[in-house]
Design a protein around this ligand. Sequence first.
Ligand code: MF3
Ligand code: CO
Length: 304
Amino acid sequence: MSLRQLSGAQPTFSWKKLGRNDLCWCGSGKKYKTCHEAFDDRLIRYERQGVPVPQRSSLKKATDIQKIKDSAKINMAALDAVAEKICAGMSTLEIDRIVEDVTRKMGGIPAPLDYKGFPKSCCTSINDQVCHGIPSGDDILKDGDIINVDCSTILDGYFSDSSRMFMIGEVSAEKKRLVEVTKECMEIGIKAVRPWTRLGDMGDAVHQHAVKNGYTVVREIGGHGCGFEFHEEPFVSYVSRPGTEMLMVPGMVFTIEPMVNMGGEEIFVDEDNEWTVYTADRMPSAQWEVELVVTEDGCEILCS
Ligand code: MF3
Ligand code: CO
């Protein structure tokens, strides 16, 4: 038999309750006791059990969600414009121009531009490029390529983030299957988002589907909280285990964006530009990304 040590610092808990008749922190205008008090009690019980929980300040209120949706409208329009024009012979710099033009015309700012020194307005990652490919006039799309275009927009201080795969001309059956299974991985992840379950439950569902299809999932790079900032807590893994990682609760906004490799999971970063990530075995990689908010009974996609 062992006893828990009583000495040492008491754990500190981030969630503090309000007075029962105070106005609720969520901005509903209702009293705390008729609004989020039960929610807080539930969350505090998890936190006391040692489960990682989100900070209250990171949760998005209804007004925040609307702002993220406004930002996402631009992001999705930019990707729609790319979808319409993308073809063999086009450079990835032209894709960047399309994204920049649509975003600016609609009043947004491309979030990647100047983000930690990133030089362009979106990421374009072809074939064995896993993510963070830098658009360039020298990179010309050719028949058989698969490419991820990753867009992120700032509008009125709110961030949206999503990416899609495009297949150029006649793509091999192997690459086509990779692109399709990766989309299924994202969709399975979306279906696994339920409040009061763990991010690891979702991550494992994504991972299992990739493995079942003979693929691997990148470990070092994942999704992220999003909305108030480009990248917020938590880090969202797609190789995580059930019953681990942060608790999902209504109002949490994060991305599901698994990177799925046809070959091994190992990756490396381009030494010259210090951005572009490649598969170590130079086999193809695919990625799809959505941004979502956890709701009372699942989730709602904000940006796709
Ligand atoms: N949209 C990417 C993401 O999901 C971010 C790439 S922008 C870069 O995190 F500037 F960091 F390259
Ligand atoms: Co992202």
